[in-house]
Design a protein around this ligand. Structure first.
Ligand code: GLN
Length: 464
């Protein structure tokens, strides 16, 4: 029989065999082995802690893990060992999940490729040629997506501020859920944009996603933005008992972006047709402010980054440079050595937007546009129950192309379909549909109104 210790051992071995994909920043081998023994004891007394007791998971390395290094893939936090667990980590551990390791990300979750990590890029398993010729895993939770896509882990935690869970899920061919803002605690998640960050879930199937969500969701007194309403566990019906009859599905026309490739477009169409053939009412809708989303997001992101990153001064928090001329110089050197270029750029731009003379013009205006984007969604829910869109406009780009300097500006396009949901706080899920001509996953995204996870995930399961 497969016992938790045997499973853990096998997962650890597999993780080592597949090290070339660079999914993990670190494996937590001895912790995992201990946890698996405890899990075994619970099974011996027929008292498993939950339905995921004994299953190996990985946690993106921007969630605090007690006495386990939490680096954000940055030199700034290279030696940071938190004294506590993030709430979501604590809940997974209490449910008996086995912490196999910490997974790779773009530094401080800023990016869409898992290419900006001091530990090197994560590599997509699909259409992998060799060490240098591979497709990106997507990001910033690329390590988590690979850990699941390889079958090493049953599930993984990512974070999602503009698409960081759904984007790598889409590129790696796994399910990726961004829950409603406030449904899952952010306590212990190192912040990027506090008003948009949510812990995300990556698994191979929608049912597995539900099992993970049921463990982590619900009020947390340590995060004042979590919803007080008690969380009711989701139970999805069997696939053969489900129907989409009369389900109102919206196709937002603004998602027909000029960069959308025909193969992704075709899959989007196919899924829409499938739903319609099965009795759903599929119609075109409009979210007119979508086009402003990327600019608006980048302003808000940079402003919040400028303020969130201020704490890393090399004295109270973070990497300390070997510098003793003056305190100012110590701050400056520690920060310029500790952060990569992406982070430093965002801090600079954010501080510029926040200058008194610019505040109204940029930050305040972006907040207003954000409201309009959210209102677009509220209006559309009068008409439809779910929105069906692509998750990403293309399949996973080739690494070498993606990291070209000239392509760096296009990074924001990666989030085109995903970040409006973060602006509005609504739930969204990415589901893999099929492989492209050259063997890369193509996925679609479903979005629903706040707290519509039970319906959204049921529709996702139906499509899957
Ligand atoms: N790509 C976006 C960014 O760089 C989103 C990242 C995320 O969701 N964490 O900010």
């Amino acid at each position: 029989a497969i016992t938790p210790p045997i499973l853990t051992e096998a997962a650890l071995n597999r993780a080592k065999q597949l090290a070339k994909y660079n999914a993990f920043i670190a494996l937590t081998e001895s912790l995992a082995k201990n946890q698996s023994k405890q899990s075994q004891e619970r099974y011996n007394t027929k008292k498993p802690a939950s339905e995921i007791d004994g299953l190996p998971i990985t946690i993106k390395d921007n969630f605090c893990t007690k006495e386990v290094a939490t680096t954000c893939a940055s030199k700034m936090l290279e030696n940071f060992n938190p004294t506590y667990n993030a709430t979501v980590v604590e809940r997974l551990e209490n449910a008996g999940a086995i912490l196999l390791g910490k997974s790779n990300l773009d530094q401080f979750a800023m990016g869409s490729g898992t290419v900006d990590s001091i530990y090197g890029p994560s590599k997509n398993i699909w259409n992998y040629q060799d060490d240098e010729n591979f497709h990106i895993a997507g990001g910033s939770s690329g390590g988590s997506a690979i850990a699941v896509a390889t079958g090493i882990c049953y599930g993984a935690l990512g974070s999602d501020t503009g698409g960081s869970t759904r984007n790598p899920a889409s590129y790696c061919g796994v399910v990726g859920l961004k829950p409603t803002y406030g449904l899952v605690s952010r306590w212990g998640l190192i912040p990027l944009v506090n008003s948009m960050d949510v812990p995300g879930i990556l698994t191979r199937t929608v049912d597995d996603c539900v099992s993970m969500l049921n463990v982590v969701a619900g009020f947390d007194s340590k995060d004042s933005t979590t919803l007080e309403k008690p969380y009711r566990k989701i139970r999805l019906p069997n696939a053969n008992k489900m129907s989409v009859k009369a389900l109102k599905v919206g196709i937002p026309k603004e998602y027909f972006n000029e960069h959308l490739t025909s193969e992704v477009y075709d899959v989007w169409n196919e899924v829409a047709n499938l739903l319609e053939n099965d009795g759903a009412i599929v119609k075109q809708v409009s979210l007119p402010n979508t086009e402003h989303s990327i600019v608006c997001y980048s302003i808000l992101n940079q402003c919040e980054v400028a303020s969130n990153m201020a704490r890393y001064d090399g004295i109270e928090f973070g990497y300390r440079a070997d510098e003793n001329e003056s305190t100012e110089k110590l701050y400056a050197t520690s920060r310029s050595m500790g952060f990569n270029e992406v982070v430093r750029n965002r801090i600079l731009t954010g501080n510029y937007f926040l200058l008194i003379r610019n505040y109204e013009k940029y930050f305040n205006k972006a907040l207003k546009i954000r409201r309009l984007i959210a209102d677009d969604f509220h209006k559309v829910w009068e008409d439809v129950q779910v929105l069906l869109t692509p998750t990403t406009l293309t399949t996973a780009p080739v690494y070498k192309d993606f990291v070209q300097k000239t392509n760096r500006d296009q990074c924001a396009l990666q989030d085109y379909c995903t970040q409006p949901a973060n602006m509005a706080g609504i739930p969204a899920v990415s589901i893999p549909i099929k492989l492209s001509q050259n063997g890369l996953p193509i996925s679609i995204q479903l979005m629903g109104r706040n707290l519509s996870e039970p319906m959204l995930l049921a529709v996702a399961k139906y499509i899957e």
